[in-house]
Ligand binder design. Structure first.
Ligand code: HEM
Length: 116
């Protein structure tokens, strides 16, 4: 799978869809390691969230305010939480992390900050 397909598979799974990412590519630990060890990057995070919001508008998903809001909230949360926890080194990311799942009501219960 190429990057776009892997990312789509991850997001589909995180948003309650098929478990293709976990079955065929990797787990949460793998995805978090890719995003770790780069030092703190708050400005980049905010710019990434702005790009994500713009992409939603570009493809027409921002016309549905409920959909726009839930996708924005998911991306903003993941960008600043799970993907921004191990600034020092990818080697600090524990094995066996669980992929957080997001629903219309936000973070699905059963996943907690201690799971990072
Ligand atoms: C500051 C925001 C972010 C930046 C700059 C960023 C950057 C990257 C980069 C450089 C890669 C590797 C590209 C490649 O495959 O060659 C990647 C992969 C990936 N990112 Fe992000 N990312 C960001 C946020 C996120 C968030 C919030 C998520 C999930 C909620 C995410 C999920 C993924 C996944 C699933 C992959 C593919 C992992 C794999 O290869 O299995 N990213 N990202």
């Amino acid at each position: 799978m190429q990057h776009t397909e892997r990312l789509a598979a991850y997001w589909a799974e995180a948003l309650g869809g098929p478990t293709t990412y976990s079955e065929q590519h990797g787990d949460e630990t793998h995805a978090v390691r890719i995003h770790s060890g780069n030092g703190a990057h708050e400005e980049m995070d905010q710019r990434a969230i702005a790009c994500f919001d713009q992409a939603l508008a570009d493809v027409g998903l921002a016309r549905d305010e409920r959909l726009r809001r839930v996708l924005h909230d998911y991306f903003a949360w993941a960008t600043t939480t799970t993907m921004a926890h191990y600034h020092h080194s990818a080697d600090d990311v524990p094995d066996g992390l669980r992929m957080p799942k997001w629903s219309w009501d936000g973070l699905v219960s059963g996943w907690e900050a201690k799971d990072i």
